[in-house]
Ligand binder design. Structure first.
Ligand code: ADP
Ligand code: ASP
Ligand code: MG
Length: 408
């Protein structure tokens, strides 16, 4: 008898019919002899709807209250899935994140899990019940309700799977697995049967939102096997696994796109030691995550520093930069939200020369200008204009031989 954590995303529980289909699948898994812990997201786009409503009511949106509001979405799903399970003769009990023992820090709207005490979930399992847990939420060390950041139900599922020692964590979504590019952008994207944790981390970090980045980090650290699959077709999907040394590594496995970031440039920065440290320390102190960083060669003792941040952090990051600018005597702070990032990811890139050149040639042959570049050992990212991102992804997908052939 295996213990399976099954996480269902927003589209998977989007309406009454979908919820009944999910309950049916859970019932089938139980009937096959496995124990199941269900983790659910809010129905459809209800988290976006709640966010919009909050904005209409109050531009201030105190983070504690915003979290209280947003967790309602997942509560609705958990209760409805439990009801649908009752109809299938499966005895279940729903739990909020707090009841499931998800203890977080106090960083509202993007809290990190500090500890998991899933006693009630364990007790429910021991009594033969199927626990249904509200994803995306926890309770802080100050006893306030928190949320784990957008897409956070993936983290709930993986964290519970790790804490319970589950055999597998299944992520059910609206596509049949992890693809060589977002199938909504590249119609010729192909499903990958297996992806290494290292590659999945890069894919998740550069826009492949099929799995939230932190859930992949958590799964790797705690060695939780992940299986991403469809709640519409129920067919086997993509396994995220430890890198297997005998596996032939694809040079490029996936092309990703991300238009959720903005670029900030601090111009006329005095070119002396400690200035960059001062800027990025202050950003870190305000919990702003900085992504790509470029510093130009100095002229006349002055230089420019550009970096990217999430658009949601742009106002805060600009405010921090403005304060530091005055302090260090830099000339100006400017920003640009019309940027996008396109990346290629592949474990085999390490040992294949010419990949960077082919990426740059492909972009330039289509007249797409590269504004920033960053690399890791298995990824190359370029910042381009936001409105060129989709075509950049499609051209790169073709250039690296990833397009699915007909009939595949
Ligand atoms: P859920 O609500 O189930 O968590 P998400 O919307 O968070 O679903 O993630 C699934 C979506 O991720 C897909 O609909 C797809 O458009 C998008 N996506 C982006 N990149 C990829 C990729 N490389 N492979 C699969 N899906 C991807
Ligand atoms: N409902 C939350 C969101 O939309 C969490 C999730 O779906 O994983 O971000
Ligand atoms: Mg998601």
């Amino acid at each position: 008898m295996a213990l399976v954590v099954q996480k269902y995303g927003g589209t998977s529980v989007g309406d009454a019919e979908r919820i009944r289909a999910v309950a049916d699948h859970v019932a089938r898994t139980r009937a096959a002899g496995d124990q199941v812990v269900v983790v659910v997201s809010a129905m459809g786009k209800s988290t976006d709807d709640l966010l919009r409503l909050a904005g209409e009511v109050s531009p201030t949106r105190p983070p504690r209250e915003l979290d209280m509001l947003l967790t309602a979405g997942e509560r609705i799903s958990m209760a409805l899935v439990s009801m649908a399970l009752a109809d299938h003769g499966v005895e279940s009990a729903s739990f909020t994140g707090s009841q499931a023992g998800i203890i977080t820090d106090t960083d509202h709207t993007r809290a990190k899990i500090l500890e998991i005490r899933p006693n009630r979930v364990r007790e429910a399992l021991a009594e033969g019940l199927t626990p249904v847990v509200a994803g995306f939420q926890g309770v802080s060390t100050e006893r306030d309700i928190t949320t784990l950041g957008r897409g956070g139900s993936d983290v709930t599922a993986v964290a519970l799977a790790a804490a319970l020692g589950a055999d597998v964590c299944e992520i059910y979504t609206d596509v049949t697995g992890v693809f060589s590019a977002d199938p909504r952008v590249v119609s010729k994207a192909r499903r990958l049967a297996k992806v290494s944790f290292d590659e999945m981390l890069e894919i998740a970090a550069t826009g492949g939102r099929v799995l939230m980045l932190r859930s992949v980090e958590f799964a790797r650290r705690h060695r939780v096997p992940l299986h991403v699959r469809s709640s519409f077709t129920w067919e086997p999907g993509t396994w995220i696994v430890e890198e297997d040394p005998t596996m032939e590594e694809a040079v490029v496995s996936a092309v990703t796109d991300d238009t959720s970031e903005a670029k900030i440039t601090v111009g006329g920065v005095p070119d002396r030691p400690g200035v960059a440290a001062r800027l990025f320390r202050e950003l870190a102190n305000r919990s702003v995550n900085v992504d790509m960083i470029v510093q130009n060669t100095g002229t006349n003792g002055l230089t420019d520093i550009s970096f990217t941040v999430a658009q949601t952090d742009l106002a805060l990051a600009r405010e921090v930069c403005e304060t530091v600018r005055a302090e260090i005597g830099a000339a100006e702070v400017s920003s640009d939200s019309q940027i996008g990032r396109v990346s290629i990811v592949g474990a085999g890139m390490k040992s294949s020369p010419g990949i960077t050149a082919l990426m740059f040639e492909t972009l330039s042959s289509h007249g797409i200008n590269i504004e920033m570049i960053s690399t890791s050992s298995i990824r190359i990212s370029c910042v381009v204009r936001a409105d060129r991102v989709a075509e950049a992804v499609r051209h790169l997908h073709t250039a690296f031989g990833l397009d699915a052939v007909r009939g595949e």
